[in-house]
Design a protein around this ligand. Structure first.
Ligand code: ADP
Length: 445
């Protein structure tokens, strides 16, 4: 019993630890999205625009030519495989490239083309003949700064006079350095040191200030203050641009402090629905029974690709182990993996090298693997108080708008408590979840 108590305590600690790493997880999630994203996220919603001056005409463009970009940049854009501006870019690009420059706050989910948009704006505004920093871009983490830097390098590949430097930890410059690069990208702390303390460049000469991933930024203690202190050193005439994937009250308050007189652009996420999903539940008495039931339906679910969700890393690890022991080839996506490792696992799964991906919720949040048509909730999604987590349920199995293919969701129920949760989820969405007898599988075909 001492051992049991200890194990219980250990489990609790793990749960607590899991909650502690959450803020950082937002940065990790964002990086993961960037590492695995190769395409624009589809979105059929309309862009909402709030103009600083509602009487000024609103331009939006359908082609990159209309923007009258420098030929080197247009070439860069096309070489990245972009044919036409994304939804958010249609409106954001003309605003950012307008004369006189306009300030902008833009919000849309990750993968909708924000980074590409502000990179293009920065590259358009610099004067390559002047050898000093003219654009600043702050990102929440070292890794995210590197990712954005890569986009700058790619898009600017035919515009080699424009140079880029990274203001990130580890990049130590000798005292007295005067930067010659036109674009500085980095994290708020180092950026602040570089312009305030070390005076590596003159903030008064900055034309464009970009604050990327504002929602991730404010999760880190100190980043808000540092960003605001950088912003205060910049001239009045400097163009301020702020981007965020989500827009809570806290992000909004921060955005208003960074960006005076902004134009505001928002693109709502595509709604997810359960309309094209067949939902089932399987009644069991224990974890082992759930595993047996899963083995029974394994053949049926692996006709397509499947994702299996567990509540804890421990269960996910156990389940992946048991499935492998049965001779099934499965992938495990777990919170203790490095982001790069996680990206590699997702990549393999996307390529179809594995048919089944076992994961926890924290890990898979924000990842949409389009070809997945079967989702198994080995554990039902609950929040930290043990209440049904409807939002996560919808996000795990729902499909967006008219792009959604048909799908199948199977929920494993192993106690009165989880039956109760299932019933609440069913009520919430007002859609029947049918009982599935795993010894008689004709129904799910
Ligand atoms: P966000 O910053 O909103 O997460 P990104 O700018 O990183 O979005 O774009 C997401 C993905 O879509 C990237 O792989 C990017 O190369 C690609 N992309 C961006 N703009 C376009 C476009 N106009 N046409 C095609 N692909 C694009």
């Amino acid at each position: 019993t001492f051992l049991m108590a200890f194990l219980h305590f250990f489990d609790k600690m793990q749960l607590i630890a899991a909650q502690f790493v959450l803020p950082d997880d937002r940065a990790a999630q964002s990086l993961l999205n960037k590492l695995i994203r190769s395409n624009l996220v589809k979105n059929t919603n309309q862009v909402e625009v709030l103009q600083k001056d509602p009487n000024s005409p609103l331009y939006s463009v359908r082609t990159f030519e209309e923007l009258r970009l420098k030929p080197q940049l247009l070439q860069g854009v096309y070489s990245m495989g972009f044919n036409r501006p994304s939804k958010i870019q249609e409106t954001a690009l003309p605003m950012m490239l307008a004369e006189p420059p306009q300030n902008l706050i833009a919000q849309s989910q990750s993968g909708t083309g924000k980074t590409a948009a502000f990179v293009l704006a920065m590259l358009s505004h610099v004067d390559p003949s002047r050898k000093y920093p003219q654009c600043l871009c702050v990102s929440p983490t070292y890794e995210l700064a590197l990712q954005t830097g890569k986009v700058i390098e790619q898009m600017g590949q035919y515009y080699s006079e424009v140079k880029l430097v990274y203001a990130i930890r580890g990049n130590k410059l000798p005292r007295g350095t005067k930067l010659q690069e036109q674009i500085v990208i980095g994290t708020p702390g180092t950026m602040l040191d570089w312009c305030g303390k070390f005076k590596f460049f003159d903030p008064k000469k900055i034309l464009v200030f970009v604050l990327d991933e504002a929602d991730v930024m404010i999760d880190t203690q100190g980043h808000q203050d540092q960003s605001i202190r950088i912003q205060r050193m910049l001239p009045q005439s400097c163009q301020m641009l702020l981007f965020s994937a989500t827009f809570e009250e806290s992000v909004w308050n921060f955005a208003k402090r960074i960006v005076p007189d902004p134009n505001i652009i928002k693109l709502k996420r595509e709604e997810e629905t359960l309309d094209t999903i067949k939902q089932y539940y399987v009644l069991c008495n224990s974890r082992e029974e759930k595993f047996k039931a899963l083995c029974n339906i394994y053949g049926a679910i692996t006709i397509a690709q499947a994702m299996i969700f567990c509540h804890t890393r421990k269960t996910a690890g156990w389940l992946a182990g048991e499935l492998s022991r049965e001779g099934h080839q499965v992938a495990l996506l777990s919170g203790e993996m490095q982001v790069e490792q996680r990206a590699a696992v997702i990549e393999r799964f996307r390529e179809g090298k594995e048919k089944v991906l076992v994961t926890t919720n924290v890990c898979a949040r924000g990842i949409d693997v389009e070809q997945v048509s079967v989702v198994i909730n080995f554990d039902l999604p609950v929040d930290k108080d043990g209440n049904p987590d409807n939002e996560t349920y919808l996000h795990r199995i729902g499909r967006t708008g008219r792009f959604g293919k048909r799908g199948l969701a199977i929920n494993m129920v192993d106690s009165k408590m989880s039956m109760n949760i299932l019933n609440k989820i069913q009520e919430h969405f007002n859609k029947k979840i049918e009982r599935l007898d795993t010894d008689d599988l004709d129904e799910i075909e």
